[in-house]
Design a protein around this ligand. Structure first.
Ligand code: BG6
Length: 477
């Protein structure tokens, strides 16, 4: 086993250029992630971080925004933060007219090397992607070593995604475009691939002969948190289902790729997305939490909750329901994948062979966050006399306890991969389009009657999607 590999492999010195550098994403995720990589020694004094913003800002403003996000790390690591700060170059740049782009170019040119990666991170609305690309092109910054990082969701449907992508493709080719779905950078999500492809015990069971149903839940306790104007024009389906939940489904359902490389992993995920059965009008429910209208300042039919049943039309998965649900202002914050296995066909412990106890089937529970880990539910003999009394028990692998180390944030891994030029954990455009094909159909079924109001702190509106197939949601804590 390659346990002796260094934990933080060095990456080539690079320039990170963050557009929207003072925004929520940059101050909450991108900068702290780069700082953590600095603390680990992967980023050093040979890197530069350009924080581009329309308005002139001071480093103190940036620090304040980061600390406001509750990131005490700056205070805890004061000495390192002072060193890290020297890498940051505050750059006034207005993408609407390109003012300031020339200065950026001059600064980038100081780091002369044709192989030094320049990573342009577009932490902006996708409406501005084309504009930024034009600005870069006008300065001849769309160089072979340039990479461009885009946030999800790309577009609002297949058509707009295609238009945006066509525009970007005029300046950058596919191998330079890194489309982020930060769920792919989460440790436990990467672990899904390790679980499936570095072990053999589940592979023989991983199909419709042995798996009864799969449930994927991404439950959040937060609401729209000041992102009302963005969220209200997207909703849970486009904000979460189109990307995070479908990507999780792909990792569970994909065939083993021949190699762990970007093209082969993404080829297999694409096959899953192409095999999705068209959604059914009756197999989904949407909801909106009470108080949403007040939070976003208007009454709209935007869904903050979606639950749906997805079928995959291929040899391995035919007829196995994948139940997906996600929502805001729910009772717990938990992302969990529950794989329920089919039960025994014969019970040797039951005297009453007509009445086998099917409760407590074997389940594999993959906890994506928080309390990351794996649980395998089994039936065991209750100790002591009294015959063979079975009771449900669990094998529990907590990643926190096992590895006793901090799990890096998803953005840390993804930002490092952009410098390394590794696209495995980024979405290829054909995947994005295939996901939109499915989502566009689902969205066409949305209707006001379907939208159910639910109480904040509940688990969303009641549904009968699972009941119809004799299933129920596995309770999440
Ligand atoms: C983002 C969505 O992609 O993911 C947010 O836009 C959501 O609405 C967030 O809150 C959830 O991410 P995480 O990592 O907190 O589970």
């Amino acid at each position: 086993m390659n346990i002796n590999l260094p934990k933080s492999a060095l990456i080539p010195p690079s320039d990170y250029v963050i557009f929207g550098g003072t925004g929520d994403l940059a101050t909450r995720k991108i900068l702290p992630a780069l700082f953590w990589r600095f603390l680990d020694g992967q980023i050093n004094e040979n890197f530069s971080i350009f924080i581009c913003s329309r308005k002139e800002i001071k480093i103190e403003d940036l620090e304040l925004s980061i600390s406001k996000q509750g990131l005490g790390i700056i205070k805890e690591q004061k000495v390192s933060w002072e060193k890290f700060k020297k890498l940051i170059k505050l750059t006034k740049l207005d993408v609407s007219n390109g003012a300031g782009a020339e200065e950026l170019k001059k600064e980038l040119n100081k780091n002369t090397s044709s192989s030094r990666p320049i990573i342009f991170y577009l932490a902006l609305s996708s409406d501005l992607f084309n504009r930024v690309c034009e600005v870069l092109k006008n300065q001849d910054l769309n160089l072979p070593q340039s990479r461009i990082v885009l946030e999800k969701p790309l577009g609002k449907d297949r058509k707009t995604a295609k238009r945006i992508n066509d525009e970007i493709s005029r300046y950058f080719n596919e191998s330079q475009i890194y489309r982020i779905d930060h769920y792919l950078g989460k440790e436990t999500v990467q672990n899904l691939m390790a679980l499936r492809f570095a072990n053999v015990i589940f592979e023989n069971q991983w199909n419709n002969k042995h798996i009864d149903n799969v449930q994927i839940t991404v439950a959040e306790t937060v609401g729209v948190e000041g992102r009302g104007s963005y969220y209200d024009s997207y909703g849970a389906i486009k904000d979460m289902l189109q990307n995070h939940l479908l990507q999780l489904l792909c990792l569970i359902a994909m065939e083993p790729p021949a190699n762990f490389n970007a093209e082969e992993v993404r080829d297999e995920k694409l096959r899953v997305l192409k095999a999705l059965a068209p959604p059914s009008k009756d197999d989904f429910i949407i909801g909106q939490y009470k108080g949403y209208a007040k939070e976003v300042g208007q009454t709209t039919n935007t869904e903050t909750y979606i639950a749906t049943k997805v079928l995959i039309n291929n040899w391995r998965w035919a007829e196995v329901p994948f139940y997906l649900r996600t929502g805001k202002k729910l009772s717990v914050r938990a992302s969990e994948i529950v794989i329920t296995f089919k039960d025994r066909v014969h019970d040797i412990f039951s005297k009453d062979i007509k009445n086998i106890d099917h409760s407590h089937p074997n389940r594999l529970i993959i906890r994506v966050q928080p309390d990351e880990g794996l649980r395998l539910q089994l039936r065991s003999k209750e100790p002591g006399p009294g015959g063979m009394r079975l009771f449900p028990s669990e094998l529990n692998l907590s990643f926190g306890e096992t590895f006793q180390s901090r799990l890096p944030d998803a953005y840390e891994r993804l930002l490092i991969d952009t410098a390394r030029g590794n696209q495995t954990l980024f979405m290829r455009f054909d995947e994005v389009l295939a996901a939109w094909n499915y989502i566009d159909k689902l969205v066409s079924f949305l209707s006001i009657e379907k939208l159910k109001k639910y109480d904040q702190g509940s688990m969303g509106p009641a549904d009968t999607i699972l009941e119809k197939s004799g299933h129920e949601w596995f309770e999440i804590h």
